[in-house]
Design a protein around this ligand. Structure first.
Ligand code: URA
Length: 438
């Protein structure tokens, strides 16, 4: 059998000869153990980015990265499923969907991420709830998943360590933007969670990493085929990110919107509809519903009758948050000292939103990180944002900014005005769900 070492593996990918199962395993184990150097990891990532991998190579890398650490297994009286979003602005669907799925009888050990670039992160949002923790021991993660039906946590050091190392090196070597590497990275962590079915929400538009429908479709196909190849049932929806999904962007503000939707106090229909569509997919994949439409109906039911809200409250309490969160969430969430209404200033229709710029302004307000390790201010962001197609009068608000001080609020006001385009003609409203890859 031919020798396997970092140099020959890199040369094989560089010369378009592909990545075998054995090579992928050696390289992923070497990333985890340190046998592969930073220079070799960077060269490997660049070779993959420039040459691409075949479907088989991508599956091999996904499996090998998944198996570079612990792979969880579950013994629960129901299917174990998860959802992943490629990242957007005002996208708090995971927080609605995890308890809704649990209310439908499946288990959701959701391993989530923090904000990345201009996008918000589910963990940062959940941590906006005072006391709520996402870095749980495996024992507590298992207990919350079993007892409540869902838990939302950060990946532990033991899950997919090859990805943690390779991701940090990609971040500083211009090799993040490879569909093969993104696929293996996302799936390695999710599949190490021991799930049987996964639904992927691939975002597309000005606030997404994939700006075009063609790019989003390529990523969605790559994720679905690699997940299936690695033994996990998967499907993907490509959903619009040319405007924020909810009407709020910012950690505590998004939790408020989630609570208003879960409790029926003020439902955000876009969040609800995307949660129902994604939930329908994964319930069908898990064999719990006969098809995605019936699955979506079940999600509608548990959102309408309050069972999802109840489970969200139980999850928050089990993860260290207030015991009375469902009843007292407006008092429990932090609020920013400065809140300003941002007026449209002219009449017309909202015809476009630079959603990436809006997300970046949330980061600048302190709602995300400019540098690794920055502390997040959970209370800042935007709320009651106008949506594409809304008809505005000059004295109507584009939204409200929530800031730590007046100077931040002033800068964010200018940024929000720049991000919104108003025209005389009513635009076509973008569809929420663009495509399904199953
Ligand atoms: N999220 C990940 O986990 N990995 C990537 O490569 C990109 C987004």
């Amino acid at each position: 059998m031919a020798a396997v070492d970092a140099r020959t593996i890199i040369a094989s990918v560089r010369d378009g000869k592909g990545l075998s199962e054995r090579q992928a395993k050696w390289f992923a184990d070497g990333l985890a153990s340190g046998a592969v150097s930073d220079a070799q990891a960077g060269a490997f990532a660049m070779a993959v980015l420039l040459n691409g991998l075949s479907d088989d190579g991508r599956v091999a890398l996904t499996r090998a990265m998944r198996d570079s650490g612990e792979v969880m297994s579950w013994d629960l009286p129901g299917a174990v499923v998860d959802k992943h979003s490629t990242g957007g602005v005002g996208d708090s669907v995971s927080l609605i969907l995890a308890p809704a799925l649990a209310a439908c009888g499946v288990f959701v050990p959701m391993i989530s991420g923090r904000g990345l670039g201009h996008t918000g992160g589910t963990l940062d949002k959940l941590e906006a709830i005072p006391g709520c923790r996402t870095e749980l021991t495996e024992e507590i993660f298992r207990a919350v998943t079993r007892d409540v039906g869902c838990a939302i946590v950060a990946a532990s050091d033991r899950l997919a360590p090859a990805d943690r190392r390779l991701y940090a090196i990609r971040d500083i070597s211009g090799t993040v933007e490879s569909i093969d590497l993104i696929t293996a990275s996302i799936l390695a962590k999710k599949l190490a969670g021991g799930i049987g079915a996964l639904v992927l929400d691939v975002k597309c538009g000005s606030g997404a990493f994939m700006k075009t429908a063609a790019g989003a479709e390529r990523l969605a196909r790559s994720l679905v085929t690699a997940a299936n190849g690695a033994g996990c049932k998967a499907s993907a929806l490509i959903t619009d990110m040319n405007q924020p999904l909810g009407c709020s962007a910012g950690n505590a503000l998004e939790i408020l919107e989630v609570m208003e939707t879960l409790t029926g106090e003020a439902v955000n229909q876009a969040l609800w509809d995307v949660a129902a569509a994604l939930g329908g997919e994964v319930l069908a994949l898990a064999g719990v519903a006969p098809d995605p439409d019936e699955g979506a109906d079940r999600i509608d039911t548990v959102l309408s009758d309050g069972r999802a809200a109840e489970i969200f409250g139980e999850m928050v309490a089990a993860q260290g948050g207030p015991l009375d969160f469902i009843d007292r969430y407006p008092d429990r969430l932090p609020s920013a000292p400065v809140m300003i209404e941002i007026l449209a200033g002219r009449s017309g229709y909202i015809s476009g939103i630079d959603t990436g710029a809006l997300g970046m302004e949330v980061v600048r307000l302190g709602g995300g990180r400019m540098r690794a390790g920055d502390r997040i201010n959970p209370s800042v962001g935007f709320s009651r944002l106008a949506m594409i197609g809304d008809r505005m009068a000059p004295d109507q608000p584009l939204g409200f900014v929530h800031a730590a001080n007046a100077a931040d609020a002033e800068r964010a006001t200018a940024a929000l005005r720049d991000a919104y385009h108003i025209s005389d003609e009513a635009p076509d409203e973008p569809p929420l769900i663009l495509d399904r890859i199953g």
